[in-house]
Design a binder for this molecule. Structure first.
Ligand SMILES: [Zn+2]
Length: 243
């Protein structure tokens, strides 16, 4: 019995390691894929910002030339105004000049607004470009180290599987079946009894059952979580109260 329990404990130890390596083999490629996806979307954002920047620059040039046309018109009108003697004509042209100045003022507002936007696009572009560089660097590094990690995990897994197989063959079928079932449900199938409680589910073990666990002559299962219970040798009291 004791030997069977030890085999199962060794098996549990191996199973935990197998799980860890399998998780690495499964997760690491996903992590790299996620990094690559992130890079693609950053690249996409950068092109979008570049397009917006270009559009804003074009718009700014357009507005600036509109503004200079308008200002030129105003100057011409102001020169013409000096030579007009007719009061009605003078008033009409003055009105035209005021209107022109109002339009020019509006265009100036738009120019300022565009300059602000341009500034923001440039900042955002700088930030995204820097982000892209960082992410790319991280991915290259992670990719390089992942090759070794994946290789090591696969190699470790290979020998662990052999040991797992050996142990499984040496454990009695009924125990193995139970072990596998509980492990599937609970993640681990063997739990230590600590201070009279199951360390797996933390429920108190009835004292009679506790005594049977201490005797180590049979497999005892936790009445609550059904894990196989054991005690560490150092926690087993010596007979006759000897120290
Ligand atoms: Zn339990």
């Amino acid at each position: 019995m004791k030997e069977q329990l030890q085999l199962l404990m060794r098996l549990q130890d191996i199973d935990v390691q197998v799980d860890q390596h399998e998780t690495i083999l499964e997760q690491l490629p996903k992590e790299l894929q996620e990094m690559a996806r992130n890079l693609v979307s950053l690249r996409h954002e950068i092109s979008e910002t570049e397009e917006s920047l270009l559009a804003a620059e074009t718009e700014l040039q357009k507005k600036e030339s509109e503004l200079s046309v308008e200002q030129e018109k105003i100057k011409r009108s102001e020169r013409r105004l000096l030579s007009i003697k007719n009061l009605k004509e003078h008033e009409a042209l003055s009105r035209e000049i005021r209107l022109g100045k109002k339009v020019a003022g509006e265009i100036e507002e738009e120019v300022l607004e565009l300059m602000n936007r341009l500034e923001q696009f440039k900042k955002s572009l700088d930030r995204k470009t820097a982000d892209y560089g960082d992410c790319e660097k991280k991915m290259v590094e992670r990719k390089a180290e992942s090759e070794k990690i994946l290789f090591d995990a696969a190699k470790a897994l290979e020998s662990l599987k052999v040991e797992q197989q050996n142990l499984a063959e040496n454990v009695r079928k009924e125990y193995f079946k139970r072990y596998t079932m509980v492990r599937k449900l609970r993640g681990n199938a063997i739990a230590e009894m600590v201070n009279g409680s199951c360390d797996g589910c933390h429920i108190a073990i009835p004292p009679q059952l506790g005594l049977r666990i201490l005797r180590q002559q049979e497999f005892i299962y936790c009445p609550n979580c059904h894990r196989i219970l054991y005690v560490k040798p150092e926690n087993i009291p010596l007979p006759n109260g000897a120290q």
